[in-house]
Design a protein around this ligand. Structure first.
Ligand SMILES: [Zn+2]
Ligand SMILES: [Zn+2]
Length: 274
């Protein structure tokens, strides 16, 4: 693994006109931009959701929970998020082809890479999240804190996760997608920003009713994710591709089943609601 790192570093340095200090500096600025964007998006939606924050603040131990959530947001984004983004950008991403920059081919390739990262992220997040719920020891260690937001879920809950969960479920899927897809830094940044925004959106209760009506069935709606917070064992997918529904759809097609609608979706939804 260390050898692979050295090889990738060598490749990066050979292809780049920047010296190693400049490469690290650029990557750090990129990481800080990502984390600051996450904070800004969360802050805007949080201000819009002040009624939810107020209700949460009033619940038993609500004050402590809210303050811990805010601390986790900062620790995850800046202490963990920035360095891991820097490592992914420097060691895992491929250098852009300067000659083809801004060409139609480069833009198409970038769009396909973004799509690849988003699909790879959705699949990995789905299975890691499901495993958290299926193994009680993992649930207690990594994921239980995020589910303390069950009655009132403010947008800041999106990144109010333990450091272990942030590393495994939030960062690792991007790192593996970047490494396997040999994507460029702009594609990685674009996919991360889309995920950041959608992750905050699926934790915004004001969008719940609207999302139920308008979000296509193969995307994750705010209603889906808030239902997951309440019921625990339904709707594991988040925040973009609705892997739960896609898997049900594929299974139904294989079994020559009939239609799929939001009232009959997700693993175990029926058992929980009965
Ligand atoms: Zn959540
Ligand atoms: Zn969960």
């Amino acid at each position: 693994m260390f050898h692979l790192f050295l090889l990738l570093q060598q490749q990066q340095q050979q292809q780049s006109p920047l010296d190693s200090n400049e490469i690290w500096h650029h990557a750090m600025i990129g990481g800080l931009e990502m984390s600051t964007s996450a904070v800004v998006v969360t802050l805007i939606l949080e201000l819009w959701s002040l009624d939810t924050v107020r209700q949460m603040w009033k619940q038993p131990n609500g004050k402590e929970l809210y303050i811990t959530a805010i601390l986790y947001n900062f620790v995850n984004h800046f202490v963990l998020g920035v360095p891991t983004y820097m490592i992914a950008a420097i060691y895992f991403c491929t250098k852009e082809d300067e000659e083809k920059k801004d060409s139609f081919e480069a833009w198409t390739s970038c769009l396909l890479q973004v799509l690849f990262i988003l699909v790879a992220h959705s699949l990995q997040y789905y299975y890691i999240h499901k495993i958290f719920h299926e193994f009680p020891a993992l649930y207690r260690t990594f994921h239980r804190f995020h589910h303390r937001f069950n009655t009132h879920v403010p947008p800041s809950a999106a990144n109010a996760v333990t450091i272990g969960e942030y590393g495994l479920a939030y960062v690792l899927p991007f790192a593996t997608a970047a490494l396997l897809g040999r994507v460029t830094v702009p594609a990685l940044r674009c996919a991360i920003i889309i995920t950041i925004v959608l992750n905050a959106v699926v934790h915004t209760p004001k969008l719940e009713t609207w999302s139920q009506q308008w979000i296509p069935i193969f995307w994750v709606s705010t209603a889906d994710h808030l239902n997951h917070h309440r019921k625990l064992q339904v709707h594991y997918a988040s925040p973009l591709f609705n892997v739960d529904n896609i898997l049900v759809f594929l299974l139904q097609r294989r079994m020559k089943g009939t239609s799929l609608d939001r009232d009959n979706e997700g693993d175990g939804a029926e058992q929980i609601e009965e």
